[in-house]
Design a protein around this ligand. Structure first.
Ligand SMILES: Cc1cc2nc3c(=O)[nH]c(=O)nc-3n(C[C@H](O)[C@H](O)[C@H](O)COP(=O)(O)OP(=O)(O)OC[C@H]3O[C@@H](n4cnc5c(N)ncnc54)[C@H](O)[C@@H]3O)c2cc1C
Length: 413
């Protein structure tokens, strides 16, 4: 943990993917601002090498637009080493012959170095972000749990402690960024309402071993039992691997979690089908309850919400973190105009500018992530017909394909 500090321009609460990414963007684009990041859990030693389990992690599809942002931060070389490129997205409806294959040919400008995106295991992404942060002037406080916030005309006063029984300390900041994740207790404390609609689905996440290489193809498969994504992962110890995310009903998730490894593999193969060849292994399975959860205010005087506490989306289209990264970039761009940090608490205009600038992309991305599972969840004739039409549109009509690729690649703004 760093030296005790008492006052910073910006305090970010939560060192997950959202908080750590914002801290990196601020260090890069707003060096005039002093920034502290408070994370309740201990962080891995920055000097330690990144250790990756082969078969039991969540992975994130990072879109081309986000890779471009990471390149600006100087992180592309290390991300490239730990990720697998996405060269093509194959969208299909299980049980129907029609499928659409989308690549950068649909839209050259949607690609980054010739790829649509890259998939990286969260176990690698976290240390990459935090190792990069350790080389900036950001003051990292971890473990540091924020227990209380008092808003003041000059910003916010935070109470935090290193452990349950440890004495409370305080930190004053001009701007507070809340990035404490979905179901945010800090939003509740600030009286910020969250609207949440449960999908009555859970995301089952596992790593599968494949007989053949996925060859840079990310599969989006819509099945009677819910959408399944299979994302290419880097090979490990000569094993072809892919990250599988299956959004299925709660009861189905309970059933699948009780299966043995071989039964589970059989079940996943049966639901996904054979488009990616034979599954030869699966790892441990984690599950996440799914909802569309949106904060009713994303900013107010001296406060901004970032990441899952601002918007938590259905993961089927792999948009949540990519949207957050664009939010982080938008906020950093706006704050880069602050020449006298002590005036930050008076600059409500900047937060308003940020909010307005991000509205369109957020609306589009939230709508895209919400419509896809709803459309593909139903086995009704009408929805099936619409799905087939949608698939035909993706197959036959270049403008529809281009729009899909553009949104999927994180350039849909
Ligand atoms: C199954 C699944 C698959 C996904 N796949 C993709 C994908 O492929 N592509 C994509 O773009 N997005 C994806 N997402 C979305 C992505 O995971 C989220 O956007 C991302 O996790 C956002 O993280 P966060 O930092 O907001 O929240 P979190 O990861 O929850 O981080 C919050 C942090 O705040 C800390 N904290 C909480 N309270 C306090 C406190 N009081 N004081 C200090 N610290 C505190 C916590 O310890 C935690 O570290 C997926 C999501 C799911 C569920």
């Amino acid at each position: 943990m760093g030296e005790p500090i008492h006052k910073v321009d910006v305090a970010i609460v939560g060192g997950g993917m959202a908080g750590a990414s914002l801290a990196l963007m601020l260090a890069h684009f707003c060096p005039q601002l002093s920034v502290a990041l408070l994370e309740q859990r201990a962080l891995p030693d920055a000097a330690a090498s990144i250790r990756l389990p082969s078969f039991d992690t969540r992975a994130t599809a990072i879109a081309a637009g986000s890779l471009q942002l990471f390149k600006e931060l100087g992180l592309w070389p290390v991300l490239r080493d730990y990720s697998a490129p996405i060269q093509r997205i194959h969208v299909s409806d299980r049980g129907h012959a029609i499928g659409a294959s989308l690549s950068t040919r649909e839209r050259e400008e949607s690609s980054f170095e010739g790829i649509l995106g890259a998939v990286i295991e969260n176990a690698a992404l976290g240390p990459i972000l935090h190792n990069a942060l350790a080389n900036t002037a950001t003051q990292i406080l971890a473990p540091a749990q924020v227990t209380d916030i008092t808003m003041t005309p000059a910003g916010a006063n935070l109470c935090w402690r290193t452990a349950e029984s440890a004495p409370e300390r305080s930190l004053i900041c001009g701007l507070l960024v809340v990035a404490d994740g979905v179901n945010s207790p800090l939003c509740r404390q600030l009286g910020i309402e969250i609207s949440a609609v449960k999908y009555q689905q859970r995301a089952l996440v596992t790593t599968v071993g494949l007989q053949h290489s996925p060859d840079g193809v990310a599969f989006e498969r819509f099945t009677r039992l819910g959408p399944m994504a299979l994302l290419p992962l880097p090979e490990r110890q000569g094993q072809h691997r892919a990250a599988l995310v299956w959004a299925c009903e709660d009861k189905e998730a309970e059933r699948v979690k009780k299966l043995s490894e071989s039964e589970r593999m059989e079940k996943l193969q049966q639901v996904f089908g054979w488009r990616a060849g034979r599954f030869i292994r699966t790892g441990a399975m984690q599950d996440y309850p799914l909802s569309l959860s949106l904060a009713k205010e994303q900013w107010r005087r001296n406060v901004v919400l970032m990441g899952n506490c601002a918007h938590f989306l259905h993961p089927v289209a792999g948009q949540g973190f990519n949207l957050t990264l664009r939010d982080c970039y938008g906020l950093a761009q706006v704050l880069s105009a602050v020449s006298s940090p002590e005036t930050l608490p008076e600059r409500l205009d900047l937060l308003q500018k940020y909010g307005e600038a991000r509205q369109w992309d957020q609306r589009l991305t939230v709508g895209f992530s919400d419509r896809i599972p709803t459309l593909f969840a139903s086995s009704g004739y009408l929805q099936q017909g619409m799905r087939q039409l949608g698939m035909l549109g993706l197959t036959m009509m270049p403008p529809v394909r281009r729009e899909f690729v553009s949104q999927a690649a994180g350039f849909g703004l």
